[in-house]
Design a binder for this molecule. Structure first.
Ligand code: CP
Length: 307
């Protein structure tokens, strides 16, 4: 049996193109299972997984939980807002106490970049990074590339632009790594204040004019403005951001080709995307969410065999 080169999924930076292809092929099989009347397989029976979330989530948390249940794993959910973290318990103490209950795998979202990497140096269980601050969100990038492959047949050779708040986005960084490993051309587009200074060192194109970016690409992955992570004002107002970087259906229809529109969610409707664009035939936003379950089943299944 083929296996992953890693025993934790901490970031796309740490895995190979072969790992990604293996995850996709495994996810293809699980997607078939998810389309059957009986959507459950016994693959992770007797494996216990803790979903440990120190930050809010809708899609990622529910998608992991569903993936675990579809694989017949036992699942426990931890949310920091209703936990003893509020009484001062450390991250490591919290996780070690969860592991003492004979838990095999940890899926963790944390606001601090590197938190899952820190844990991986101190615990034995497999760890999946479900988003660490502004750093990486590997399963999001995997489901994004998987969705491009599903829609366009392949990721290699495709032109993908990531538009918006690149500076605060873990989705952007993981997507850049995944798309490049799979042979896509990557562009980022946004106001100069929302692009990291090092961005060109990652080998991506940079464009400040969203209309030119849309004319260049096959796929536009639009990101949310992360006001909750912004310590200062990066643009004069949301209205001005929308004026220069907001995408609506008219802009998509004015292109002389079809492009694919993506968004990792949650969407700020009327800010980065108008409702008529988000709900148009260009959009594969809900396909991304659907594919998230199969991708997370594949990641958990493949990691469970790496002790
Ligand atoms: N895409 C994503 O990470 O969404 P959630 O924050 O709802 O999990």
């Amino acid at each position: 049996m083929q296996e992953l080169s890693v025993r934790h999924l901490l970031g796309i930076k740490d895995i190979t193109a072969e790992d990604i292809q293996l995850i996709f092929e495994t996810a293809d099989n699980f997607k078939d299972v998810l389309n059957r009347p009986i959507k459950k397989v016994p693959s992770l029976r007797d494996i216990t997984i803790a979903n440990v979330f120190f930050e809010n989530s809708t899609r990622t948390r529910l998608s992991f939980e569903l993936a675990e249940k579809r694989l017949s794993a036992d699942v426990i959910n931890f949310s920091s807002s209703s936990s003893s973290v509020k009484k001062g318990e450390t991250l490591l103490d919290t996780v070690n106490n969860i592991l003492a209950m004979k838990v095999d795998m940890i899926v963790m979202r944390h606001s601090s970049p590197g938190a899952p990497h820190f844990l991986s140096r101190h615990i034995d269980a497999n760890i999946v990074n479900a988003g660490d601050g502004t750093h990486e969100h590997p399963t999001q990038a995997l489901l994004d590339s998987f969705s491009i492959r599903e829609k366009l047949g392949d990721v290699a050779g495709k032109k993908v632009v990531i538009i918006g708040d690149i500076l605060h986005s873990r989705v952007a960084l993981s997507n850049i790594f995944a798309l490049q490993k799979l042979g896509a051309e990557v562009m980022v587009c946004g106001p100069v204040t929302l692009l990291p200074k090092y961005i060109r060192e990652l080998g991506v194109k940079v464009e400040f004019d969203v209309r030119k970016a849309l004319a260049w690409c096959d796929v536009a992955n639009v990101l949310r403005i992360q006001l909750e992570r912004q310590q200062m004002k990066y643009f004069p107002s949301l209205r001005e951001y929308t004026l220069y970087y907001g995408i609506d259906k008219k802009m998509l229809e004015s292109l002389d080709k079809e492009i694919v529109l993506m968004h990792p969610g949650p969407i700020n409707r009327g800010v980065e995307l108008s409702s008529d664009a988000a709900d148009s035939h260009h959009s594969i936003i809900l396909n991304q969410v659907e594919n998230g379950v199969a991708i997370r089943m594949a990641v958990l299944y493949l990691l469970a065999s790496k002790k």
